[in-house]
Design a protein around this ligand. Structure first.
Ligand SMILES: [Zn+2]
Length: 327
């Protein structure tokens, strides 16, 4: 048994992120995405870890949370100002390797009341790295975040949404266990005829106007959630300026990421002591004991806590459940 291995960092189900998580790697060249597509999801594991994914599905109707990855870019400070002037607090998941020469953007993010969050140092796929390399990827960017935002909260999003139990264990066995995550997204993950992903729009020559319309369509359809965009792209900043006034006029509210229910519970739970046999529950927002069964708020599937790990359970008909928490 591993002590507190999943206390702070939660596992994100990967079924929804196959070939959907695009991220730019070039800080200076607009529209020069390295649109790596990944799919590390394993169906059985996806079901088991579903209890632990952080997303915005519990936000109130017409409430979204804006998140920006892969920066800081050359227009990040401008974006931070623009959002603040419209009363919106966003979350900026930065890559530490992009910060050199852009400390002013970091200061602007924090100074304007936005959340500075960890998207690793070099935007590598964590599931392909050694445990020591995983920790270094988080820790190197944490050094920047801790300087600018010393009180936290500490929130991480894995590049490409690539996350598994090994990654979580490596981080939780280090001082980086203070982080909660990985934070996934509800909108902005895939470019289709009715939905958008900004990096993919720019890579495929979709106009700012059209991409913005697709974001609006997806938001109006789903009506709530964590929205994924990438502030490393100039066109994304233009697009935000296009769609934000429309959303405000239509009555949408903008929740800071740390106020998104699943994230808020994870932050609150990350400081709660747990013993080796306990499992952290994203649904309950606290650790539970051995053989406690919980129904996932996001998937409605049941899981049972065994030796500090969630395993699939039939819930009501599982005789090994000593306590059950249905929705
Ligand atoms: Zn990214």
């Amino acid at each position: 048994m591993l002590a507190r291995r999943l206390l702070a960092l939660l596992l994100v189900a990967t079924s929804a992120c196959v070939a959907s998580a695009g991220c730019a790697v070039d800080a200076d060249e607009e529209d020069d995405d390295d649109d790596v597509q990944m799919g590390d999801g394993v169906a059985t594991e996806d079901e088991l870890v579903a209890e632990r994914q952080l997303n915005g599905s519990e936000l109130p109707n017409k409430t979204i949370s804006l998140t920006f990855d892969d920066g800081p870019g050359r227009r990040t400070a401008e974006l931070a100002d623009y959002l603040a002037e419209h009363g919106v607090k966003g979350a900026f998941f930065i890559n530490g390797s992009k910060v050199a020469g852009r400390q002013a953007a970091i200061d602007k993010i924090v100074g304007r009341g936005h959340l500075l969050a960890n998207h690793t140092h070099n935007h590598k796929q964590l599931t392909s790295l050694s445990g020591a390399s995983v920790v270094k990827e988080i820790a190197d960017t944490d050094a920047i975040i801790a300087q600018a935002q010393p009180q936290g909260p500490w929130v991480v999003r894995a590049p490409f949404g690539a996350w598994n139990a090994s990654v979580a264990r490596a981080i939780n066995a280090s001082p980086m266990k203070k982080y909660v995550g990985s934070v996934f997204w509800d909108q902005g993950g895939a470019l289709t005829s009715t939905a958008a992903a900004d990096w993919d729009c720019w890579g495929k020559g979709v106009s700012v106007q059209r991409c913005g319309e697709l974001y609006l369509n997806e938001i109006r359809t789903k009506r709530r959630g964590v929205v994924l965009m990438h502030d490393i792209h100039d066109k994304t900043v233009d697009m935000v300026k296009q769609i934000l006034p429309t959303l405000i006029a239509e009555g949408y509210k903008f929740a800071p990421l740390e106020e998104v229910p699943s994230v808020k519970r994870a932050i609150a739970g990350s400081s709660t002591p747990a013993n080796d046999d306990q499992c952290q529950s994203a649904t309950l927002g606290r650790p539970v004991n051995e053989n406690v069964c919980v129904q996932s708020r996001s998937t409605r599937r049941w899981s049972r806590c065994v030796d500090g790990e969630w395993i699939a359970s039939t819930g009501p008909s599982d005789p090994k459940c000593v306590q059950r928490f249905p929705l």
